[in-house]
Design a protein around this ligand. Structure first.
Ligand code: ATP
Ligand code: K
Ligand code: MG
Length: 667
């Protein structure tokens, strides 16, 4: 399968593949290099991506956005309120306590979990990619925010699986961009790594990741973020400003009219973008509500004033990243800016001001995350050979593993510290007399975002038997923070001391430099042995994981539902296609009948066909307006049976004419 990288953005997503010995961004069905992260639900089908965005304003209640923000979000989290404030479809609590979107779809109320929604969207991106690359797509490297918890990362992986994808790696967005930088930059130092601050300001969040990069190698040193800082906050600030203005100026309250509010919000985003290039920009919306046309304008300075509260927080992510990395501002060699919102002049100035030096934009602001992810996916491919590149990410939360206290054991150990790098493997030794359980928990629940699950996972370890002559089994537990950042137990086994006979080697007589080795035979000696004790693996233990992944049964269930919806969407699209084909055929055939076919059909035939065309046309706008694919095909074929007859005569006549012409030429 083609290695596939996805930057799942809150506003739009970018997909990239590894092919032709390079990494390419994949364009969607309307040739855009980014696809809106939107799902619209309709009376028959879903409209995902571009089509969802196109119908958004007319279908607000059944249009879901904020997919990545909802994924794995607990309904107990205060962030739910934030997301609800941006959402136009109702975001509710599902039976299992996760966030769900409540929409009308195919004539019924549906609640889709955040996991299902992300799966739908990823499946659409997969289809886009398969179509564009004419290849199959299975393995995916999905980029996620650095602040995603275990719950959210597991949900991301499960969403991939529901979409029929194999998540070979979940990677932090900015890390993926930094990997791309390290792989494609040609002038990196061989030894002394450069310290680079990567800053991504997107639609909903702001991340600063500091990495040490040299040729072929990258290590993340620190990262900081503001989960609630992005382009949508600017849009909202502008919209709220105009909401107040329009209330006074036009006596309308767009806050009471979701459609009007959404239209102003969309106009606000446009205005914001214009203000990145110009110092003032207009806003004009016809009949925004109550038949009122609104118009106004905003200057760049006014926008800057409006977002002061946000700008005041702009240095925080950088400061936390620096603190974690142990570096000072002076030690940063360069600053790389990515993300759509980093195009805003006042933010650019702010970044320069924070670091006290100019930034660079070596990386493509919109595509570097997806490209890095595609490269990482290719790294994991057994068949593709990519440029070797080693990289390590940083662990944001300390994690402790717990077990029942034993006679010789304490009951826990902090295994992965905040600030340590991963992937990383550690071995824990426990002396056990029976089967046992291990739990992994975040060490400092007080540092976690509210409503984050403290328990990461539980494992049951079975098959413990005490070796003969011992009081307990010495169990070795291989724990790992894997490349996706998941905390796992890779394997567990029992070791025991066993005695080995080992040859005692004669200490070699020290040779002085320059001295010839003696050729004299040493006196032959009896070989001497000693008994050494060594720990060897004597038995494997069974490790069973109870974590935050969906059960196989549920995964299969969601998968089936998803592919049923895909089939429905496909049928609707094909039906629409057949209907359009029929409509078009009516017009072309009618035209030809009066033109090039006119001398080729008898009056009777013409009359019959004209009537059929008229009847079919009437049917199309009446009873057949919303018919089935089969009916449209049947109607088409009915017309074509006569149409093709005349076409046949026409073609024969054309051939005859051509033959005559050729004859003439030859003469
Ligand atoms: P996130 O990373 O938060 O999940 P995302 O990846 O979808 O979101 P980006 O694609 O990096 O975000 O950026 C999209 C945001 O950038 C939008 O809010 C958009 O309005 C904003 N944006 C794009 N171009 C400009 C511009 N020229 N000036 C100002 N803002 C812009
Ligand atoms: K994006
Ligand atoms: Mg982004």
């Amino acid at each position: 399968s083609t290695p596939f990288g996805v930057d799942l953005g809150n506003n739009n997503s970018v997909i990239a593949v590894a092919r032709n010995r390079g990494i390419d961004v994949v364009v969607n069905e309307v040739s855009n290099r980014a696809t809106p992260s939107v799902i619209g639900f309709g009376s028959k089908n879903r409209a995902i991506g571009e089509s969802g965005k196109n119908q958004e304003i007319s279908n607000l209640k059944n249009t879901v956005t904020g997919l990545k923000r909802l994924l794995g979000l607990s309904v107990e989290s205060p962030d739910l309120k934030v997301e609800q404030s941006y959402a136009t479809a109702p975001i509710v609590s599902c039976a299992n306590g996760s966030a769900c979107a409540k929409v009308r779809f195919q004539g019924e109320q549906h609640e889709f979990t955040s996991l299902q929604l992300v799966a739908m969207y990823l499946n659409k991106l997969k289809q886009t990619t398969e179509k564009e690359t004419k290849s199959s797509v299975k393995d995916i490297c999905l980029a996620v925010p650095v602040w995603y918890s275990e719950t959210q990362r597991r949900a991301a992986a499960d969403a991939c699986k529901i979409a029929g994808l194999n998540p070979v790696r979940i990677v932090n967005e900015v890390t993926a961009a930094a990997v791309g930088y390290g792989v494609f930059k040609t002038d990196l130092p061989e030894t002394d790594p450069k310290k680079i601050a990567f800053i991504d300001i997107g639609n909903s969040s702001y991340t600063c990741t500091i990495a040490a990069i040299k040729k072929g190698e990258m290590k993340v040193l620190g990262t900081g973020y503001d989960k609630h800082f992005g382009g949508r906050d600017f849009d909202k600030a502008i919209t709220e400003h105009f909401a107040d203005e329009f209330k006074g100026k036009y006596k309308i309250d767009i806050r009471e009219n979701p459609k009007a509010y959404s239209r102003v919000l969309a106009a606000a985003e446009k205005l914001k973008k214009v203000l990145s290039a110009n110092t003032a920009a207009p806003i004009n919306i016809e009949s925004v509500m109550n038949d009122v046309d609104v118009s106004s304008q905003m200057t760049r300075d006014e926008l800057e004033e409006l977002v002061q509260p946000l700008l005041a927080r702009a240095s925080l992510p950088v400061e936390s990243a620096l603190k974690m990395s142990g570096l000072s501002f002076e030690e940063i060699d360069s600053i790389e800016l990515i993300g759509g919102t980093s195009r805003i002049p006042c933010l650019k100035n702010k970044i320069t001001e924070i670091f006290g030096k100019p930034f660079s934009t070596t990386l493509n602001q919109d595509e570097s995350i997806a490209k890095g992810a595609a490269f990482i996916c290719a790294m994991h491919s057994p068949t593709l050979r990519v440029k070797p590149f080693k990289f390590e990410d940083i662990n944001l939360q300390s994690v402790t593993y717990f077990w029942e206290k034993g006679a010789e054991d304490t009951d826990h150990l902090e295994v992965f510290q905040r600030g340590a790098t991963y992937p990383s493997t550690k071995i824990i030794t426990l002396y056990r007399t029976k089967d046992f359980e291990v739990e992994a928990k975040y060490t400092h629940p007080e540092d976690l975002p509210p409503a984050t699950k403290t328990l990461i996972a539980k494992w049951s370890i079975t098959g413990v038997t005490i070796p003969e002559g011992e009081d307990s089994a010495t169990c070795k537990i291989k724990v790992r923070q894997d490349p996706s950042g998941f905390y796992t137990i890779e394997e567990a086994y029992v070791v025991a001391e066993q005695e080995f006979k080992e040859l005692v080697e004669e200490p070699e007589a020290e040779k002085k430099e320059g001295e010839e080795a003696t050729t004299e035979e040493a006196e032959p000696k009896e070989p001497e042995y000693k008994i050494v004790k060594k720990l060897v693996k004597v038995a494997d233990l069974n490790v069973q994981y109870f974590g935050q992944t969906l059960s196989d049964k549920l995964l299969a269930d969601f998968h089936e539902k998803e592919f049923k919806m895909v089939a429905d969407d496909k049928l609707v699209a094909e039906t629409e296609e057949k209907k359009n084909a029929l409509e078009e055929y009516i017009y072309t055939l009618r035209g030809k009948l009066e033109d090039e076919y006119s001398g080729l059909a008898s009056e009777e035939e013409k009359e019959k066909l004209s009537k059929m065309l008229m009847d079919t046309e009437d049917w199309l706008y009446d009873e057949g307006f919303d018919s089935t694919k089969g009916k449209y095909i049947a109607k088409y074929e009915e017309l074509a049976s006569i149409g093709n007859l005349i076409k046949g005569r026409y073609n024969a006549k054309q051939a005859e004419l051509k033959a005559k012409q050729n004859e003439k030429k030859e003469q």
